[in-house]
Design a protein around this ligand. Structure first.
Ligand SMILES: O=P(O)(O)OC[C@H]1O[C@H](OP(=O)(O)OP(=O)(O)O)[C@H](O)[C@@H]1O
Ligand SMILES: [Mg+2]
Length: 178
């Protein structure tokens, strides 16, 4: 598995350090607010698990699953909800947690879909942002790291469902998917 990684971009220590900073900012901004941390399955799970330890106010968390990639390294552009929320969100401030914003198609769809449910607010925190690849205009409110246009895996990010269990973020060698 690790021999398919050409370069480690962020070690576990670097990830945790940045996540602590994000948690501090979020703690400050959501003081006194009814916060729902909404992680997008499956990639955001490791990030969300580390992030919630660093948000030092009461919160609830939930999950949605949407899919646009399948077994490919490029987005199909068609976003489908595979698992939805089971309760109304009218009384909460939603913080969407993503592992990566790439074309932006997933988040644009999600943000519009959730905004239509009339929550108090909808914001986005992503661990990684790949701005060079953006196809639609969507900006994360909180971002861990900007990254170049390379296919990355680890810490929740997959290629064909593999590599999610790596404790760091690395660049996948092109020969691993060609
Ligand atoms: O900005 P975009 O081009 O839309 O890409 C980003 C989305 O793609 C990945 O999810 P994926 O559909 O691979 O599901 P997964 O989290 O289960 O791997 C990632 O977790 C984001 O949700
Ligand atoms: Mg994926």
């Amino acid at each position: 598995m690790e021999d398919q990684i050409s370069k480690i971009l962020f070690s576990r220590e670097e990830l945790l350090k940045r996540i602590a900073e994000l948690g501090e900012e979020i703690t400050r901004d959501y003081q006194g607010k009814n916060l729902l941390v909404l992680a997008i399955l499956k990639g955001a799970v490791p990030f969300m698990a580390d992030l919630i330890h660093q948000i030092k106010i009461p919160l609830a968390y939930d999950f949605m699953a949407v899919s646009s990639y399948g077994a490919s390294t490029t987005s199909s552009g068609v976003v489908r909800i595979m698992k939805d929320l089971e309760r109304s969100v009218e009384d909460v401030h939603i913080l969407i947690v993503e592992d990566i914003v790439d074309t932006g198609l997933t988040l644009k769809y999600l943000k519009e879909n959730l905004t239509a449910r009339n929550p108090e607010s909808v914001k986005i925190v992503t661990l990684l942002d790949k701005p060079d690849r953006r196809k639609v205009d969507v900006k994360p409110d909180y971002n861990g790291f900007k990254i170049p246009d390379e296919f990355v895996v680890g810490y929740g990010l997959d290629f064909n469902e593999q590599y999610r269990n790596l404790p760091y973020i690395g660049i996948l060698k092109p020969e691993a998917y060609q």
